[in-house]
Design a protein around this ligand. Sequence first.
Ligand SMILES: [Zn+2]
Length: 105
Amino acid sequence: MDTLTRANLRARVRRLLATGVLPLRSSDQKLFGGHGVGQACACCGGMISPSEVLYEIECLEGSQTWLMHLRCLEAWEIESRTAVPAGPSAQLCRPIPMARADAND
Ligand SMILES: [Zn+2]
């Protein structure tokens, strides 16, 4: 099993946020808890086993879901606070604004 250190995990999550693979944490996402059945974690890539708590993040707008471990969820929440949005993919879970003064081409 791949056991990332806390620092390595946060660095990995930062990279996933920067490339738009993971969305930024936002209040319009729903969060569900349960137990894993061997799914791959969206943050560390490791398996979420039945003995581990699984968190499912559901996106309202895109109806997408991400599965992650508790410690990965914590790393994601921490890194989301300081991450710079990566472009359109980082905005996945946010409503598309009608018009933005700073988004003119
Ligand atoms: Zn994980």
